[in-house]
Write a protein that binds this ligand. Structure first.
Ligand SMILES: [Mn+2]
Length: 315
């Protein structure tokens, strides 16, 4: 339980904190808020973080300390917001730690730590970090409040999702006692650059809707990317873009196809209803969940789309 992780923290000196690949606001926010807490306690903290981190997540100074690799040995490694070891960025460094603690809120968590605390009652891992501050009797600093707000706001869709509880709001109210300029964080999370807008215009231009407007497919090609290659920058700009097409009224399945090479395409699939997109991804050698999956497809875009149209039909 959480107490055994608190005990591990108390007796450890050198601590590594990591989180999932392609980190979101909860991942980055809870990593930094926990790191700041550990530093208050006089611990030596190392953060190994994916380089695929969006600049908009860097809301305060602590993210300047992120590194991508480490040679160090640790007393303790703490993995946050990640249900499976292999999804962790830098999971290979867990073996450089004497002990591993896992703190998460995904119901699917595989409990891959020596000590695990998984609470699916909380909307964000940031909520658990706030509890840990309380249990250790440490005041949340001005900076830590921003990271915790980022965590809570991101995983709750700005406090709109069904995972929000009275506790989420109580904790947020407490953060407002510390600082109240969270509008700036909201603005930073929501705004995007001209490049993303240009990519979006391509995706919108290429939309195909069929099956009584229940399925939507779109694509983006190599020539549309700024660097004419699907590099990290392009991937970052395209992050969550599938949500824009899936949010169209009555849509049950959304597909976004990204050209990676001449004859190679990356396919992202989302389901809003009962249709199992993981089953489609599996046919192409990919995987995922019922409502979110991905795979690669070979050939030309015309053939790939007509094949997908045959495979994906909803009632
Ligand atoms: Mn989360």
């Amino acid at each position: 339980m959480i107490n055994s992780i608190i005990d591990l923290i108390k007796k450890s000196n050198k601590i590594l904190i990591i989180t999932h690949k392609g980190p979101d606001g909860d991942a980055v926010g809870s990593v930094c808020a926990l790191g700041l807490l550990l530093k208050e306690l006089g611990k030596e903290v190392t953060y190994v973080m994916d380089n695929l981190i969006s600049g908009k997540m860097k809301i305060e100074k602590e993210s300047d300390y992120f590194v991508h690799t480490t040679e160090d040995k640790f007393d303790l490694a703490i993995a946050l917001d990640c249900s499976e070891k292999t999804f962790l960025f830098g999971h290979e460094y867990l073996q450089n730690a004497n002990e591993v603690a896992v703190i998460d809120h995904h119901i699917t968590n595989k409990k891959y730590g020596d000590k695990n605390y998984v609470s699916h009652k909380v909307a964000a891992v940031g909520e658990i970090i706030i509890d840990i501050y309380e249990m250790l009797g440490v005041n949340i600093s001005y900076e830590a409040a921003a990271w915790l707000y980022l965590s809570l706001a991101t995983d709750t869709g700005n406090f709109r999702y069904s995972n929000v509880t009275a506790d989420t709001h109580k904790k947020t109210a407490m953060l407002y006692e510390i600082r109240s300029d969270f509008d700036k964080i909201n603005k930073q999370i929501e705004q995007y650059g001209l490049t993303r807008l240009k990519y979006l215009s391509k995706v919108i231009k290429n939309i195909i809707v069929y099956n009584n407007n229940k399925v939507i497919i779109s694509y983006i090609e190599i020539n549309d990317y700024v660097n004419k290659t699907l590099d990290e920058e392009a991937e970052m700009q395209l992050q969550n873009m599938i949500d824009i097409i899936r949010n169209v009224e009555n849509i049950e399945v959304a597909v976004l196809i990204k050209q990676a090479e001449n004859e190679l395409f990356k396919v992202s699939l989302r389901s809003n209803g009962d249709f199992d997109v993981a089953a489609v991804a599996k046919q192409y050698g990919g995987g995922g969940h019922k409502k979110a999956a991905g795979c690669n497809a070979n050939g030309n875009i015309g053939n790939i789309i007509s094949e997908l149209k045959k495979t994906i039909t909803v009632q």
